[in-house]
Design a protein around this ligand. Sequence first.
Ligand code: GDP
Length: 475
Amino acid sequence: MREVLSIHIGQAGVQLGTNIWELYCIEHGLDAAGHVSTFTGAGENFNKQSSPDRTPRMTLDHGDVRESSAASHDAPGPIGSDAGSFFTESKNGVYTPRALFVDLEPAVVDEVRNGKFKNLFPSNRLISDAEDAANNYARGYHTCGQRVISRVMNAVKAMAEASERLQGFMMFHSFGGGTGSGFHSLFCEEIDSQFNKSSTLEIAVFPSPALSTAVVEPYNAVLATNATLGLRECVFLADNEAMYDICQKSLDIDRPTYRNLNRLLAQTVSSVTASLRFKGSLNADFSDFQTNLVPFPRIHYPILSYAPISSKTASTHESLSITEMTSVAFEPTNRMVRCDTDGGKYISCCLLYRGDVAPKDVNQAIAHVKTKKQVQFVAWSPTGFKVGINQQPPTTFPNADIAITDKAVCMIANNTAIKDAWANLNTKYNLMLEKKAFFHWYTSEGMPEHEFYDAQENVLMLEEEYEDMLSPAFC
Ligand code: GDP
């Protein structure tokens, strides 16, 4: 067992977190207080102890998935065989998430404290303070954040000490919020210095291209990127506008709320972590994601996609073949970031399947995808695909918007098209910075002026680095 600690920061991180843990509990057959339930709904597959773990370990060698001899034959425990990586179990059989929720103001964390899962999370894992970051990176980093950082680090250290072999951290936050940008950056620096470059994976809500909940979102996002570019290893991106479209077009939700978006993203995150929570998958280790997805340290912003996504009232996808399902994952409609991947090239691509999926069908699906005009790889990454298969089928929330199927695939793709998202962000940042608009809100919190310009240069360079991946000189 190798433990993973989940850290949920700011409103987006915390709200997304509650949805993610709700789904994990269902999948591992736990009730809202962390007891093994007699639940017979969506998560019933996870209570079965009889079926041995049949999941083969998969490798992909030059486009061919092979079954290795390392297939595990451990029978799953009552809540799934590797649940201990994400939950601690007490002597009396209560499971507690290895998770920490942090916000600089109390309202969002209070909802967790008083909500449906109030008995799931211990009170010392729910940290909030009195003063909001007010959409301001500088408050999250330089002032308000400084007041809570030691409490947060103490809680993290206690969680780490309760782990036998800490595998790494998963962090959840937005780039645009004051806490999600500023406090998160401060936290990353502390993690980096105190945990000796421990592995991290991040799920981040990237600012949407057109919609924005705060004028200064581009400032926050660029400043946070600048602060963490050298510290983070792999950041999976989703943006609310893309998820909003999916909810409207594929899930028939007229006016999606954060809850709808969070449930969709939680469904995807659950597939990302399935291989870490249930034995038998290829991707049993964090480093597999990084090694396969990140060709150069700074090029570490892959895009998430999920398939199938359809509403319960729409036709069922039970009959989708693996090839069809995989093709759908490559469609722009299923992508969680708005960018034109048809105009970009894939650098690397991780396909994580769930359910009863045969390696030969995956081989066929990949061969088919490779024939598509829109699926172009950069010349210097000829193999490109990393595959994982976890036999635990997907499940979903009670009264979910999404129709649940016996199989699903989550795609994590490092694609040069993400440069458009950076370009869009840089343009907005530069327009404001040129006039020093809203500047004083940051400098008055103690942020040095040069940080604005350092960030501008650094993130512009990132945009160019993605562009360079395509240049003939590079190839
Ligand atoms: P913070 O608490 O100061 O970090 O601020 P937020 O997390 O509210 O950050 C603002 C950004 O996060 C905006 O882009 C919001 O649209 C987005 N956001 C806020 N709450 C949620 C949420 O629950 N889910 C999602 N997907 N995005 C959110």
